[in-house]
Design a protein around this ligand. Structure first.
Ligand SMILES: [Zn+2]
Length: 331
């Protein structure tokens, strides 16, 4: 039995907004929850489904005791479907969306009840799959509510976005995120540093702590610095990262570039290893950041890429931008 999911303290405004719509019986058939990854949108979505299905909600909070709540806790609520990439895959398959159509066309298990669907992340659908979903979005069967989660709503088909009521989740306010993280990790852990390294995203910080990612990120910072110091070539560096997964490297990379951009544009603090790159022009850094975002989107669409080539290109592009495009690569 799992416990009932609850939204996070920093999600109160969004929660109240939806509670208001529910109270006024104006709850939309399709919702798009958008915002950075690692800030708790998934748990918010799950808490929302529970509240919508609960037989005795109190102030739009699931009671945790009724038949519906018990079904949820046993992991077998027949009126809920979650769609996410199957294990080992990066994409939501079109067969998954077709099965969803069948699910929404049947009447709810509880008489007169709702059927709820949570799709996360929505950008894990390629255009073909997204088009298959459109039919369900356009003609919702009965009392169906679709909740789509997205870390970058701008990447979704405009036709999908326009059919959803969009709700934006900004980065949590710093103190609220820090307090939560300290509660999770205990006061002895360096929650402040973890939160900073995660770009202010508390769940990403928790994950970073649990996977010991911080030491890996710092090792990557140090390895990158070795190229600047002439101790290692880019190709040797790419070689030494063959045991890493590209999405993990990208997570670190995007985080570091975002920090450098914030430093260059707004004077925000930057970790010592990255001071070497502060001579770069902001547009050049921004271009690299956009390229990395594009690469992440390509991976999410399920493209099979050669890890070595991807890492080499990422690093060569970076040092090209850092040194100015050199006629022959000397790094
Ligand atoms: Zn309940």
């Amino acid at each position: 039995m799992s416990s009932m999911p609850l939204s996070y303290p920093w999600q109160m405004p969004q929660w109240q907004q939806l509670a208001g719509l529910h109270e006024g019986q104006r709850f939309p058939h399709a919702l798009l929850l958008g915002g950075p990854s690692g800030i708790g949108k998934l748990q918010f979505g799950r808490a929302l489904l529970c509240s919508l299905l609960c037989e005795h909600p109190k102030n739009f909070l699931a009671c945790g005791e009724c038949h519906s709540c018990q079904l949820y806790q046993s992991g077998s609520h027949p009126d809920i479907r979650e769609l996410c990439p199957e294990e080992g895959k990066r994409q939501i398959g079109v067969d998954q969306v077709r099965a969803l159509q069948q699910f929404t066309s049947q009447s709810a298990y509880r008489e007169g009840g709702r059927k709820l669907v949570l799709i996360h992340p929505a950008e894990a659908m390629n255009p073909y799959t997204a088009n298959a979903l459109l039919k369900t979005l356009e003609e919702p069967a009965g009392d169906t509510v679709l909740v789509l989660l997205s870390h970058s709503p701008s990447q979704l088909l405009a036709t999908i976005r326009s059919r959803c009521v969009q709700l934006t989740f900004p980065l949590p306010e710093h103190n609220s995120a820090l307090k939560w993280l300290q509660n999770q990790l205990g006061q002895t852990e360096d929650a402040e540093a973890l939160l900073r390294e995660s770009g202010g995203r508390p769940l990403a910080a928790q994950q970073l702590y649990e996977s010991d990612g911080l030491s890996q990120w710092r090792a990557q910072d140090a390895a990158l610095a070795e190229v600047v110091e002439g101790k290692k070539t880019v190709l040797q560096l790419a070689d030494s990262w063959q045991d890493r997964e590209v999405p993990d490297v990208l997570e670190w990379w995007l985080n570091r570039l975002a920090a450098l951009i914030k430093h260059l544009s707004a004077g925000q603090p930057l970790n010592a290893r990255w001071q070497a790159y502060t001579s770069m022009a902001l547009p050049a850094v921004y271009l690299q950041y956009e390229q990395a975002l594009g690469l992440r989107a390509t991976l999410l669409r399920g493209a099979a890429l050669n890890k070595r080539l991807v890492l080499e290109k990422l690093l060569l592009d970076w040092f090209d931008a850092f040194y100015g495009r050199a006629p022959s690569r000397a790094y």
